[in-house]
Design a protein around this ligand. Structure first.
Ligand code: PLP
Length: 413
C-alpha cells in the first residue's frame, strides 16, 4: 500500500492579530471558495475586474484613470509603482522603519547604474539616491521633508504613509505640498493605510503614484491584488522613458483592467493570467469596504485602538505607535528581552501577533478586521494571560475596568 508521505495540509483556525495580514473576512473567503470554475477571459471575470477598478477609484477618492491593482502582495504593487524609476534618477527616500527602508533599498536597486549594481548587487549604494532616516518610533517631520527636497532637488521623492514596522504615521499633506513646491514627483507606500484611514488621493496632488496591498485594510488575503493609482504625469514619464519590466509595467498591467491608451474601455485584454477566484474575493472585499464607508471604518479603528492601547498600558506596557490598526509596545521592564519568547507563546496558542522585524525589538498587536468589543476583549484577555504566565504582575481587575469603560456591557459595540 502506498504510504501517504505528505498528508493533506490542514491549517487550523487562529486569530491573526498582527500588523497584517489581517483577519480575513469570512465573506471574502466565501467569495473565493464559491466562485465557479472559469478562466481569466470569462465575461463575468472581466466585468468583475472593471467593477473592481471603479470601486477602487471610489474608495481611494481619485479620478486617476490608471487606478487598478497588481496581482500579489504589497511589494508587487510597490514594484509596479517604482518601475518608472530608472538608473541614475535622482531620488530622496524617507525611511523611518522596516518597510520604508526596504522601499529605499528597492529605489537604490532601481536607480543604481550598472556599475553600482555590479559593485554590490544586493545592497547597491546608488549615488543618485539620498535616504533620509528618522529614528525608529519617530515620524518623518515636515521640516525634514522640505529641507531635503530643497537641498537635493530630486526627480522623485518617496515616503511611507503608515510605517507598519514602528506603527508611525507620516504626514502626507506636508509631503505632497513639499513635492508640489519643489517640482518633485512624490511616490507613497500606502500599504498599511488604505482601507483603514479615510483619505482621498486627489487631495494630494504632489503625490503622483500610490501603492497598497490586499491583506491589511482590505482583509483580503486569498492572494489577490495590490491596489495602485497613478496620475497622468507619472504615466507620461513612463511613456517617455520606459521601464525595465513587462509584467509590472503599469501601462501593460492596466490593459487587463480595461484601461487602454489612457482611457477606460469596455473590456480588458490579456496581460497575464488572472485568477477568477481572486477577482471574486477582491471584488467582495471592495464591496464590503464601500458598503461600510471608509469614514465609519476609520472612526471604528480609532475607537478600538484607544481601548487596546489603554488596556496594554494598564498592564505596564509602553505604546510608542500612533497608527489606528495596531499598537507597537515595549513590554513591562521585568519582561524586557523576552519579546521573542512571548510571541512564540502566543503563537503556540493560535494567537498570531508579531515582534518588530528590525531593531529595536518591540511587540506589535493588530486589530485589522477586529472591530468589535468581543474581539478586542479577546485580544486583551489573551495578551494578559501570556503576561501572567510569564510571571508579570498584572492587575486583572483594573484591566477589566478599562475594558468595561470602553465597552459598557449593556452596549453592543
Ligand atoms: C506590509 C507592508 C509592506 C509589504 O507588503 P507585503 O504585502 O508583505 O508584500 C510594505 N510596506 C508597508 C508599509 C507595509 O505595511
Amino acid at each position: 500500500m502506498a504510504i501517504d508521505r505528505y498528508p493533506k495540509l490542514e491549517i487550523p483556525q487562529t486569530l491573526a492579530a498582527g500588523p497584517g495580514p489581517g483577519h480575513t473576512d469570512e465573506r471574502v473567503l466565501q467569495a473565493f471558495a464559491t466562485a465557479g470554475v472559469a478562466d481569466h477571459m470569462q465575461s463575468d471575470v472581466l466585468r468583475g475586474l472593471i467593477e473592481c477598478k471603479h470601486m477602487l477609484r471610489e474608495l481611494w477618492g481619485t479620478t486617476n484613470i490608471h487606478t487598478f491593482a497588481v496581482a500579489g502582495t504589497g511589494w508587487s504593487g510597490l514594484d509596479a509603482m517604482f518601475s518608472a524609476v530608472m538608473p541614475g534618477d535622482k531620488v530622496v527616500a524617507f525611511s523611518n522603519g522596516t518597510f520604508s527602508s526596504i522601499d529605499a533599498l528597492t529605489l537604490r536597486i532601481k536607480a543604481a547604474t550598472p556599475d553600482e549594481l555590479a559593485e554590490d548587487s544586493l545592497n547597491p549604494l546608488a549615488k543618485s539616491v539620498v535616504v533620509i532616516k528618522a529614528e525608529h518610533g519617530e515620524s518623518v517631520s515636515e521640516e525634514c521633508i522640505d529641507a531635503a527636497l530643497e537641498e537635493h532637488q530630486p526627480k522623485w521623492a518617496f515616503m511611507a504613509h503608515w510605517e507598519t514596522g514602528s506603527g508611525r504615521i507620516n504626514d502626507i499633506r506636508a509631503f505632497s505640498d513639499a513635492c508640489k513646491r519643489h517640482g518633485v514627483m512624490g511616490l507613497v507606500d500606502a500599504v498599511s493605510s488604505f482601507g483603514v484611514e479615510a483619505f482621498a488621493i486627489d487631495d494630494y496632488p504632489g503625490v503622483v503614484a500610490w501603492a497598497s496591498c490586499p491583506q491589511k485594510g482590505l482583509c483580503c488575503l486569498p492572494l489577490t491584488y495590490a491596489p495602485v493609482s497613478f496620475r497622468d504625469v507619472y504615466i507620461d514619464t513612463l511613456i517617455k522613458n520606459g521601464a525595465y519590466t513587462y509584467v509590472h509595467h503599469p501601462i501593460f498591467e492596466a490593459r487587463h483592467w480595461g484601461i487602454i491608451g489612457g482611457q477606460d474601455v469596455e473590456k480588458g485584454t490579456y496581460h497575464r493570467t488572472h485568477s477568477p477566484y481572486a477577482v471574486a474575493a477582491f471584488h467582495e472585499s471592495l464591496r464590503l469596504a464601500l458598503k461600510e464607508g471608509l469614514q465609519k471604518r476609520a472612526e471604528s479603528y480609532r475607537k478600538h485602538e484607544v481601548a487596546l492601547r489603554e488596556a496594554v498600558t494598564t498592564m505596564g506596557c509602553e505604546v510608542t505607535s500612533d497608527m489606528s490598526s495596531l499598537v507597537v509596545l515595549n513590554l513591562p521592564a521585568d519582561l524586557s528581552g523576552r519579546e521573542g519568547e512571548l510571541v512564540e507563546l502566543c503563537r503556540a496558542n493560535g494567537f498570531g501577533l508579531w515582534p518588530t522585524l528590525s531593531e529595536p525589538i518591540q511587540v506589535r498587536i493588530g486589530i485589522l478586521n477586529q472591530l468589535n468589543a468581543g474581539a478586542v476583549r479577546d485580544i486583551v484577555g489573551r495578551f494578559m494571560d501570556v503576561l501572567l504566565e510569564m510571571g508579570c504582575d498584572v492587575d486583572r481587575a483594573r484591566v477589566g475596568e478599562v475594558m468595561d469603560k470602553h465597552f459598557p456591557v449593556d452596549c453592543v459595540a
